[in-house]
Design a protein around this ligand. Sequence first.
Ligand code: ATP
Length: 513
Amino acid sequence: MAKQDDLFKNVVSHAKEYGFIFPSSEIYDGLSAVYDYAQNGVELKKNIREYWWKAMVQMHENIVGIDASIFMHPTTWKASGHVDAFSDPLIDNKDSKKRYRADVLIEDYAEKINIKAQKEIEKAKGRFGEVFNEQEFVTTNERVKGYLEQKNAILQRMARSLENDDLADVKALIEELGIACPESGSKNWTEVRQFNLMFATKLGASADTAMDLYLRPETAQGIFVNFLNVQKTGRMKIPFGIAQTGKAFRNEIVARQFIFRMREFEQMEMQFFVKPGEEIKWYEYWKETRLNWHKSLGLGAENYRFHDHEKLAHYANAAADIEFNFPFGFKELEGIHSRTDFDLKAHEEFSGKKLQFFDNDTNSSYVPYVVETSVGLDRMFLAVFSKALQEETLEDGSTRTVLRLPSVLAPTKAAVLPLIKRDGLPEVAKEIIEELKWDFNVSYDEKDAVGRRYRRQDALGTPFCITVDHQTLEDKTVTIRHRDSMQQDRVAITELKNIISNEVAMRNWLMRM
Ligand code: ATP
């Protein structure tokens, strides 16, 4: 655990030191769970957004994008169920005065049991070697079976209690399991209560005519209310999708994990409208497709896993998370939900307008079913950033910090460095920048010895350093240094664009999907 904590601390401090993420309004001591993206962070975030948009919109003929407003008519949130049901069960520890999500306390407990089972499996794998049959082991080894059954029983009971709104049983479960406050070790808990996560605000000048509004807690509803507008004006045929990226706001009960859980965050969502009865096929398709998108970034397939939901939200008939191995363990990165016709039907009912698709083939109308993919942009940032940050011991025994960002996402693609600050080298370096900047984000650095400049760029995740030296003046060649291998090649200036492009082009990365 200590190692994990250290890694996480490194991530937070590196993000600040190298201009990726700052605490919001830091001169006033910050605002809890609110963060600002800095000069490099904003580029990385933009690149992740673009990587998603290209994969979802540009590469799918039947998916289009929109950009709906954050404010929506307040009835939207009545219809969607958020006013009545968008809440988390909270519990306070009476001694430490710390507040927790009751479901998260129980899930963390269950995960500890799961980890015990996984350790046994790993040990057995080592013992049996090639002949190891995991499926058989898991179903026959008494100890592992016991752990897994125990874990499932806990999660199932929690799911049932939450579904039945039996908060007393959620508390009883916490007590039976002997779950203690992670901060203080105390088991002195309050009752469990539901807490609505939406931020309310007002629209209008005078107090009596002002209208109560909410900051949207998800971008999805902006898509549902525009379903028919897009379908008609875009002449879309089912199945088709509408994608959107944008801010969402949740008054999270516990927000202590940097940009993993923020009160203002960004989502990248796509709602896919399908014929009723075909939703499970599409749900499976999108689970697979989204996992492949994540894997295409090369952060390691072992860092992803599916978690199928025991407890389904009020709108879903199937749901799974893609979980990622964050510095604090496997947690939700993306949700894939089969939302049925719940949302469109509810909006029909509350608005009195039809939200149906007319099927020319059958000459009849129906309310489509919806499969949603929803990934947090900030969580995606944290996933990429935390996996990329590495401390490396080099052959000569020295260490370097390197941010091995997938080069397609790197904020700066190349840094151009004159070996020394005179003899006309800076001028040539700047000429190279003038040429490359049409295609790539590039930077110039002439301060300090070249070795230190390399290290600085390694820490920023820049895939290439291009060094201009005296030979450049003679034969128009430069050295190009690769961030990950540190290999240096001598190449003609005219080749640079191709070399960089080959490595960073989205096309080449997305083709791995
Ligand atoms: P969690 O269980 O972690 O609270 P959720 O199931 O409520 O998440 P969804 O409503 O499915 O999340 O939202 C879709 C995605 O939006 C999540 O997978 C996550 O990546 C992102 N997300 C949700 N809440 C936050 C938050 N407070 N901060 C950052 N990202 C978030």
